[in-house]
Write a protein that binds this ligand. Structure first.
Ligand code: GRF
Length: 195
């Protein structure tokens, strides 16, 4: 299976995914694509020998459809079977999510369906939750709403800040996403639940 990974920033999840696709793994990374030409993850992908590209969303202004058409054109060149959103910070329209229905995954830093959207760790702390975590799900038109393919839980500690909690969750993200992708690429949608 050919996997394209979409990023907006550091790309730590992209690195974890790319590093996992070796040996008898049914998938290989064929492109790392960012909406930000300056994304650090592009440099990391280049260093790993993975083809990279950027489609800057800013020239398109509010025209999401035009931006997504440019994404589709660049993706068509790489012929991916699966898209992995990994720290990709642009909302995608139903036109795009429908085109990739059943073939596009995302990782979100909360235990969905709790805390869709942004600032998930601060919201969990504010609510006094004892647990937090991350979720890998299939991407649908509903933001952070598709079928859950995996979750990893971590304890919230008394002196946690959003940053310390985020760091603890990120370690789990780097284990969860590769585990989910390996199953998904083999056609297995059994959820991965960690620990
Ligand atoms: C991570 O917290 C991930 O859950 C969210 O974006 C953050 C940064 O991810 N989607 P990365 O380091 O760019 O992979």
């Amino acid at each position: 299976k050919r996997v394209a990974i979409l990023i907006s920033g550091s790309g730590s999840n992209m690195v974890a995914l790319a590093e996992s696709m070796t040996g008898d793994h049914p998938a290989r990374p064929v492109l790392v694509l960012s909406n930000d030409p300056g994304a650090k993850g592009l440099d990391r992908a280049r260093a790993m020998g993975i083809p990279v590209a950027a489609v800057d969303h800013r020239p398109f202004g509010k025209d999401r459809a035009a931006f997504e058409a440019a994404l589709m054109d660049r993706l068509a060149e790489a012929r991916p079977d699966i898209l992995c959103l990994a720290g990709f910070m642009r909302v995608l329209t139903p036109g795009f999510t429908e085109a990739w229905a059943g073939r596009m995954l995302n990782i979100h830093p909360s235990l969905l369906p709790n805390y869709r959207g942004l600032h998930t760790h601060a919201r969990a702390l504010e609510a006094g939750d004892a647990e937090a975590g991350c979720t890998v799900h299939e991407v649908t038109a509903e933001l952070d709403g598709g079928p859950i393919l995996g979750q990893a839980r971590v304890p919230v500690l008394p002196d946690d800040t959003a940053d310390t909690l985020a760091a603890r969750v990120l370690v789990q993200e780097h284990m969860l996403y590769p585990a989910v992708l390996r199953r998904f690429a083999a056609g297995d949608r059994t959820p991965v639940l960690l620990p």
